[in-house]
Design a binder for this molecule. Structure first.
Ligand SMILES: Cc1ncc(C[n+]2csc(CCOP(=O)(O)OP(=O)(O)O)c2C)c(N)n1
Ligand SMILES: CC(=O)[C@@H](O)[C@H](O)COP(=O)(O)O
Ligand SMILES: [Mg+2]
Length: 640
């Protein structure tokens, strides 16, 4: 059969198929792989720029190493789409991030080629070291390779792992994929250090001393390097930070030059040595003009037109919660110059890029360093500043001890703006913000609020700015508000006081957070069934409005709490209060509606709400079932 017209990629169903290809053919596979990833993401949306930057690296790694026996770990996992194509998942690549489709990150359950699942950053070196140690203890010879980005290299965990690895003789290969980008341009001293290694005078000064440098290298590398002048010139040692930490440092290497990559990886594979760090320089978005030329390098995109690069924009009549938060904080900052903002590498995602335009000296992007962000904010609070730490719910999990130990125990007024609280859809279980109400609600002295709509969010930002007595948090979800009128500036809320939106009888719908729109809609549907529900928006999980809750419990037959969070949140606090005050001993039927106690797989958020019973239909169904009403038997008085 003449294969000359068939794409070479069609002949690669597993990495082993790369082994028989020539270097020219591998180059062709890389080009086809890049086109395939662009095309796939154009129909699914997702993380594009990072994957495009590692196409050659992915091909070179799979052509060189014996995966899955050798363990290949992708930090964060958002750059692993090319890896997925080469490891038997090409037929499902257009299901990326869809319900029942491929995950947008690496996932152990998805493939034996994904030895470690990810989504959050900077875990790969620790996991890799664990695998390397395990294989040594078990007497199994294998390579372990952790690919970590320059952005992910800003997190403390990466250094904790290197500190540990450098003191051991573990067979661990770390590939530092340096594209001089995080989601936004990276910040911090490490960025300048890497730039210096790549192009600074120190590196140039050592270029020609490769011969002496190779003496420090493991035996096989040393010999090969002597023979290969080009390869030898790619070495730079002599006191890099990584060497001081006990790694052999190799690089910098052009990460789009497949031949160089193959040479270096083969040498490293065959070397008998302890931990090695290969510094690979790449371009985020490489090979796709619209990505290369954009500010964010198409880090995360909606579906797009491959020819023009134009992304589809979802229609909405309401502003996003993120933008309302940012604008509200700007209003507070205009009024009070003690207001400062902290982000951990998410200036765009949190909306703080807008704040930065107006207050460049009052915004701090600390890199992917949530733990530091919180303690840094605590330090500023001790000096009378009013720090707003804007961190996604899922990433704040990293800094739980700092929230307790550095902020709450000392009663410091750090303000936590918790974005992406609740379901996030396509990013799936690693990114779901389901736990913050539970983990923050458990901390003594913490004020915890959730916005019912975007106007409420504005009030909560104002409340947090005015509150100096201790830590205070407010949560709000990914996505758009309800389209309610927005006051130009928020009103300071009374701490620990909820509000009644509708006074009724027999059923109390007790809301906490942005399911409010669905709660109101459910209330209308229930009226169509002849019911007259009370609707309360509690605003505060902590301090709980006990007076209001007790009254609702006494005056109703059914009390349903509704929140977009997991067990341990508002419903749990309400249940604890009601039962310990004997309010559940009588006729009251209490039902908490919340996110189920499982890791919810990626899907559209509306699907998730429906499954959790957190949409209007679910709230109605729970109410009617609790009242013992057979919906089929009871005619609706008006059309709902
Ligand atoms: C703990 C944590 N904080 C924040 C993020 C959000 N995040 C995902 S990728 C990314 C940038 C990573 O930069 P880098 O490692 O250089 O990879 P690149 O996208 O440049 O390839 C960030 C901040 C995360 N995934 N995990
Ligand atoms: C990989 C990662 O962690 C981020 O890129 C995340 O996917 C961003 O989420 P948002 O799209 O909600 O900002
Ligand atoms: Mg990067």
């Amino acid at each position: 059969m003449d294969n000359s017209q068939t794409p070479l990629l069609d002949r690669v169903s597993a990495p082993a198929d790369l082994k028989s290809l020539s270097r020219d053919e591998l180059r062709q596979v890389a080009d086809e792989l890049r086109a395939e990833v662009i095309d796939a993401v154009s129909v699914t949306g997702g993380h594009l720029g990072a994957g495009l930057g590692v196409v050659e690296l992915t091909v070179a790694l799979h052509a060189t190493f014996d995966t899955p026996h050798d363990r290949l770990i992708w930090d964060v996992g958002h750059q692993a789409y090319p890896h997925k194509v080469l490891t038997g998942r090409r037929d499902r690549i257009r299901t990326l991030r869809q319900k029942d489709g491929l995950s947008g990150f690496t996932r152990r359950a998805e493939s034996e080629y994904d030895p470690f699942g990810a989504g959050h950053s900077s875990t790969s070196i620790s996991a890799g070291l664990g695998m390397a140690v395990a294989s040594e203890l078990k007497g199994e010879k294998r390579n372990v390779i952790a690919v970590i980005g320059d952005g992910a290299m800003s997190a403390g965990m990466a250094y904790e792992a290197m500190n540990n690895a450098g003191a051991m003789d573990a067979r661990l290969i770390v590939i530092l994929n340096d594209n001089d980008m995080s989601i936004a341009p990276p910040t911090g001293a490490m960025r300048s250090y890497l730039a210096k290694l790549v192009s600074g005078p120190v590196y140039r000064g050592f270029r020609d001393t490769a011969k002496s440098i190779t003496e420090k290298m493991p035996k096989l590398i040393h010999e090969t390097a002597r023979k290969t002048e080009e390869f030898a010139r790619s070495f730079f040692t002599g006191g890099t930070l990584f060497e001081e930490l006990g790694f052999f440092y190799v690089g910098p290497i052009d990460g789009h030059n497949l031949n160089d990559l193959l040479d270096v990886l083969q040498n490293v594979r065959d070397a008998e040595s302890g931990p090695i760090l290969i510094h690979v320089v790449t371009k985020k978005g490489k090979g796709y003009g619209p990505a290369e030329n954009s500010a964010d390098k198409y880090h995360g995109v909606n579906k797009f037109n491959v020819i023009t690069g134009a992304q589809t924009k979802p229609q909405s009549n309401a502003p996003s919660y993120t933008s309302v938060f940012a604008q509200s904080l700007i209003e507070e900052a205009k009024a009070d110059d003690r207001v400062v903002a902290v982000t951990a590498a998410m200036p765009n995602g949190t909306g703080l890029d807008k704040f930065a335009e107006l207050f460049p000296t009052r915004i701090f992007d600390v890199g992917i360093a949530e733990q530091h962000a919180v303690t840094f904010a605590a330090g500023m609070a001790t000096e009378g500043l009013k720090p707003f730490c804007a961190i996604y719910s899922t990433f704040l999990q990293r800094a739980y001890d700092q929230v307790i130990h550095d902020v709450a125990v000392q009663g410091l007024p750090v303000r936590f703006a918790i974005d992406r609280a609740g379901y996030v859809g396509a990013d799936g279980p690693t990114h779901a913000g389901n736990y913050d109400a539970a983990y923050l609600g458990a901390i003594p002295g913490m004020v915890v609020m959730a916005a019912g709509d975007e106007a409420e969010l504005r009030h909560m930002v104002a409340t947090a700015a005015a509150y100096d007595e201790g830590p205070i948090a407010f949560r709000y979800p990914r996505g758009d508000g309800l389209g309610v009128d927005l006051p130009p500036r928020g009103t300071v809320l009374e701490i620990g006081k909820g509000r009644i939106l509708r006074e009724g009888k027999s059923v109390a719908l007790v809301n906490f957070g942005t399911r409010l729109g669905e709660v109101i809609a459910a209330g209308e549907k229930l009226m169509a069934y002849g019911l007259n529900p009370t609707i309360a928006d509690m605003r505060f999980l902590k301090p709980l409005d006990e007076t209001l809750l007790a009254r609702l419990a006494k005056e109703h037959e059914v009390l349903i709490t509704i929140e977009e969070g997991g067990i341990g949140g508002f419903g749990s606090h309400a249940a604890t209060f009601l039962s310990s005050h004997g309010l559940l001993d009588g006729k009251l039927k209490f039902r908490p509606l919340m996110i189920p106690d499982v890791f919810t797989e990626q899907a559209g958020v509306n699907d998730m709400y429906a499954v959790a019973g957190l949409d209007r239909a679910g709230i109605v169904a729970t109410t009617l079932t609790t009242l013992g009403i057979d919906t089929a038997a009871v005619p609706r008085t008006t059309k709902a």
